[in-house]
Every structure is written in C-alpha cells, then in structure tokens.
Design a protein around this ligand. Structure first.
Ligand SMILES: *Cc1c(COP(=O)(O)O)cnc(C)c1O
Length: 392
C-alpha cells in the first residue's frame, strides 16, 4: 500500500479520535439478553433493540436449529433464481396475514429492504419527500433514487406544513413520502394519520419504516399502522425489521399485491442478493407466534418505560417525549455523553452514547433501550445511577 493512501486513512482516524468520534466494538461473551458478559464482567443491557427479549428465547433457538436440520444451512441462491424455499414462502404468508397487506417480500436485512423501495419506485421525473431524521438506510435509498434522476427533498422533522408546501409545489409525476414510524434515535412517533392524509390528498406513495414499531406497538404488536388504526392502504409500503423486537434478523416489505409484484420484478436489492438461510425464516415464523401472544411482554415493556420516565423527571438532561422503548437522554457534548455512559458502565449498566453523524451535531445522547426482559430493579438501578451522576 502506498504511503499516501495509508496516510490519509491514518489522519482521518486520528481526527475522529480527537473529536471523541472513534468507534470500537464491544465484544460480548454471552448471548444478547437482559444481562450480558462483556470483557469478563456482567452488565445490565440497555443497548440492544431486543425490545421483547426474544433474541435468546429457547423456542426461537430451537426453531432455528430444527429449521437448519430440515432445510440445511444456506438457501443457495437469490429468491428469484432457486433460493426461495418453503420456509421463506410460509414466513411471507404469515407476515401478510399479520400486517393485513396482501403482498410481502422478505429480505436478509432491513437495510436491503429499504434500498428495495424508494429507488425502485422513484426515478426520472419523480420526487421523494423525506423526514430529516429518517434512518441512514432510508437516506441511502433516497440517494439512489436521486442517482436514478428523482428529485429529493428533506423536510424538517415531522413538519407537516413544510411537507405539504413541498408536495403542493412539486410537478413530479410520482411522489413518495418517506418516513420512519418510530424515529430510531429519538423514539418519537411520526404523525402517521396526517402523513396518510397528505399522501391521499397529493396522490403519493407512503413509504414507512416500522423497524421500531413492529412487534411493540398496536394490538398483538402488529405495528405502528395498527397502533393508529390505519388501514393496509394500497398506497402504503410498509417495511419492518425482524432483527429487533422479532429477535432474529431480516426484514420485510408489505404492500398491495401489485406494488409487491412490481418490486419483485424490479428491486435490485431483492434480485441481486442471496436469500436468507431458510432456518432464519423458520425461527421468524416461531417469533411471530411469540409476538402475537406477547401482550404480557408488551405490558412489562410499557411499565418499564413509564417507570423510567417518572424516575428521570427533573434531571439536568432533556428527556424528549417518547412513548416507545427508545428513550433518549440528551447530553449535547460528545465527550460529556461518553463520560456519562462510562460512569453508568462502571455501575454495571450498559447504555450506549450516540454521537454524530448518527445524530445531529450538538445532540449527543444516551440512547436508553428498554426491553420486556428488564425488571423493575434493573430500571431502578439505572434511575439511581443517573440521579447520582446528576448530583455530581
Ligand atoms: C435497524 C434499522 C434499519 C435496518 O435494519 P437492519 O435489519 O438492521 O438492516 C432500518 N431502519 C431503521 C429505522 C432501523 O432502526
């Protein structure tokens, strides 16, 4: 490697480190669960997206193992070549029934699922309108649509008036409104009924990313649309991830039979990638059973959310309104957020500090992630440690 190529990387990494933006893995020596072993020490885990505590559930591990024994380790090809096995089809059917949409495609990751929708539906002459705080994968999907010739505009977070002005001024043939349903670093909900009404008024597609709502919100955990009582409207494309509340991995896009048929034929991130191992689909079908029967899990999760929010009232850090498992404690400064996370860590609590570019500059935060697996004592310990840290 030439010296100059290496020099450039070394210099950029040094700049990141100097701005407290360096990134390292933490190595887990135990499964993802309520308590994890890291560097030989036990920590209460407030850092995962395993909102229902299913990631290490024995029923899912068993379904995965049985699925592998029955169907082998790999799918062997992309879905449209020879990689679409019976467990994939069964999972898609279950997801269609669960979400109420007639069409479903499954993906190996949510990132790929998001890349399948926006750039496939929007190209030359079309326009994409995206919430400023959308997940990175939706932003990348928007950039691909832009490369295909679409115009792309980002509206201020949840600002419906700004969105409506953009929609009204747009001469585009096809319009897409694209939003997270639950914002991944803030935990707040998008105003879905109003977004849906705008999509109807301006005859736009409504592309929704329910990564943090699926399994958690709505009756039986059916997701954010069900939470708001919105129908499975054919103008909606609903993405859900299956590595968060569902505890396994993968994702789906649900929509009308026509829209899903179109994506199956056109979406490059569906066509040009190997299908997930069939055993993963077996584990996910088992996970859907646990999610649908998981009212007790959700009740515990929402009790922990209320306990945390009550317990943190009056602290010097802002806790924005969030009705979901994601509770952001805004610290502001990168180094201060890292110091607070380190202090909790020393108290046996693992809460990640989230810094730019994941969140806007000056809004570094602790992203407290609650789970149905947490006990009242776990959350009390976190509240106690934060109160102590605030006292100095
Ligand atoms: C996690 C996440 C994704 C990506 O899903 P993966 O399955 O992890 O690739 C997409 N959108 C949002 C909002 C997410 O939080």
């Amino acid at each position: 490697m030439s010296r100059t190529l290496d020099q450039r990387l070394t210099q950029e990494l040094a700049e990141l480190a100097a701005a407290d933006l360096g990134r390292l893995h933490r190595l887990l020596e135990s499964p993802c669960a309520r308590v994890v072993t890291v560097d030989g020490r036990q920590r209460i885990n407030f850092a995962s997206n395993d909102y229902l505590g299913l990631a290490a559930h024995p029923a899912l591990a068993r379904a995965l193992a049985d699925g592998a024994l029955a169907w082998g380790a790999g799918s062997g090809a992309a879905h449209l070549v020879s990689g679409h096995l019976q467990p994939h089809a069964a999972l898609a059917e279950r997801l269609a029934e669960f979400t109420g949409f007639p069409g479903v495609l499954t993906f190996a990751t949510g990132y790929l699922a998001n890349l399948a929708v926006t750039p496939t539906l929007a190209g030359r002459g079309d326009a994409v309108f995206a919430d400023k705080l959308n997940h990175a994968s939706l932003i990348d999907a928007m950039q691909l649509a832009k490369a295909n010739g679409a115009t792309t505009q980002r509206y201020p977070h949840a600002d419906l008036a700004a969105l409506e002005r953009l929609l009204a001024a747009s001469p585009a043939q096809t319009k897409l409104i694209v939003s997270d349903t639950v914002f991944s670093m803030d935990g707040d909900l998008a105003p879905l009924p109003a977004l849906h009404a705008l999509a109807e008024r301006y005859d736009a597609w409504l592309v929704l990313d329910d990564a943090h709502g699926f399994g958690v919100l709505g009756p039986q955990g059916r997701g954010s649309l069900a939470h708001f009582g919105l129908p499975a409207d054919p103008r909606i494309l609903l993405m859900g991830t299956l590595g968060k509340a569902a505890g396994v991995g993968g994702a789906f896009v649900a929509g009308s039979a026509l829209a899903i048929d179109y994506l199956r034929n056109k979406a490059r991130s569906y066509i040009f990638t190997t299908a997930a191992p069939p055993a993963v689909a077996c584990a996910l079908s088992a996970s859907l059973d646990l999610i649908a029967a998981g009212d007790a899990l959700r009740a515990n999760l929402f009790a922990r959310i209320a306990q945390l929010r009550d317990g943190l009232a009056g602290l010097p850090w802002h806790l924005p309104a969030s009705p979901t498992a994601i509770q952001p404690l805004l610290v502001g400064d990168n180094a201060a957020a890292l110091a607070l996370a380190r202090r909790l860590w020393e108290n046996g609590l693992w809460v990640p500090a989230i810094r730019p570019p994941t969140v806007p500059k000056g809004t570094a935060r602790l992203r407290i992630s609650l789970s149905a697996a947490h006990t009242e004592a776990d959350v009390a310990a976190l509240i106690g440690a934060l109160r102590e840290a605030a006292a100095g």
